[in-house]
Design a protein around this ligand. Sequence first.
Ligand SMILES: NC(=O)c1ccc[n+]([C@@H]2O[C@H](COP(=O)([O-])OP(=O)(O)OC[C@H]3O[C@@H](n4cnc5c(N)ncnc54)[C@H](O)[C@@H]3O)[C@@H](O)[C@H]2O)c1
Length: 377
Amino acid sequence: MAEPFPPYRAHLNGHANGSADGWAHARPAENGDRPPVRTAVVGYGYWGPNLARNVAERPELELAGLCELDRRRADAFAQKHPGLTVWRELDGLLLEPDVDAVLLATPPQTHYPYARRALEAGKHVLVEKPLATTAENARELIELARARELVLMPGHTFVYSASVNAVRQLIRDGVLGEVYFITSSRMNLGKYQLDGVICDLAPHDLSILLYWLEERVVQVAASAQSVFRTGVAETAFLTLTFESGTTANIQISWLAPRKVRQMIVVGSRRMVQYDDTASDEPVRVYDRGMDFAAAPASFGEYQLTYRTGDVVIPRVDAVEPLSLELEDFARAVRTGGEPRSSSALGLEIVAVLEAAETSLRGGGEPVTPVLAERVAA
Ligand SMILES: NC(=O)c1ccc[n+]([C@@H]2O[C@H](COP(=O)([O-])OP(=O)(O)OC[C@H]3O[C@@H](n4cnc5c(N)ncnc54)[C@H](O)[C@@H]3O)[C@@H](O)[C@H]2O)c1
């Protein structure tokens, strides 16, 4: 029996260009004479302007307008994109037959109801991370999109990052050997949100880890600290166990003196440091580790040697990941294909977030994410 939601596997349809990262060069769009996908942005707070700018710049997309409740923000959009429609109400936008797709850059609690309404209105949807706030809601959206043959894509931008792709390629090519563990630190003096830091920041780490390892998380244990308001964590620590036994630790916080975006991958052959704040040389591959002589004749014959070889810095081209994400969205709309940031990835991430919240409530007990209990095979 086929699994209704098999483990996330990235689709590299048409993107890989033979370079180490698979994304090294932003290629001109193969637009032909097809009309661009008419796309409206919903929400113009912190992230919405980035979406609007990239939609306006991508040739496969045409910015149709903005839906925003806040007058000041709507005015800011109108100044930047004169002549485009501004809707005050989502329903007004959804009634517009000329709009093919909507990009939801509204707070997480709105993702499920707004995405549902948009799909019911026949629009393709790109919904910012996380896809929904519960796995049950994420599954419902996926089923609805499938039934209507519409694209539902979560905005996991990091799977389009050249650095992230460079590390993924090292793992896939066996350069790192067996991956023992990964640590991720994502901290800064962040924007306080009532959804908490796990909902805000962990989707980034989780999208990268799932994309790199291509296997399921079987257990999550979480602890967190809420300094200002009970139940709203500003700092959290997640420990994940993957199917193969690889472990990962994620530290996330809005309370840190400077921006830290660092991941370390420790493998049997090589170790990697990925620093997303480094404008040049974000990925470093270290030929370092310990070699342990196998099968000694007696206890005293164990041999431990340290390896401290070269550090290799792969070339990573700077292309804005959000632009590539939107190119992939347009391709999915036009071809019906699965985008790299797929709804299956979005669901896995939501299930892990949900398990982390359950673990928190249970005092840090390990919890197994639940993906697909309700879906018929
Ligand atoms: N991919 C990334 O790297 C990235 C980065 C930051 C934020 N995000 C995501 O983007 C989303 C938005 O985050 P943000 O920080 O921009 O939030 P924000 O609060 O700054 O902005 C949200 C905007 O949505 C508007 N809005 C809310 N309900 C609306 C409605 N019914 N109709 C029209 N407008 C409405 C609000 O007025 C506000 O301007 C979140 O899901 C967040 O997780 C993604």
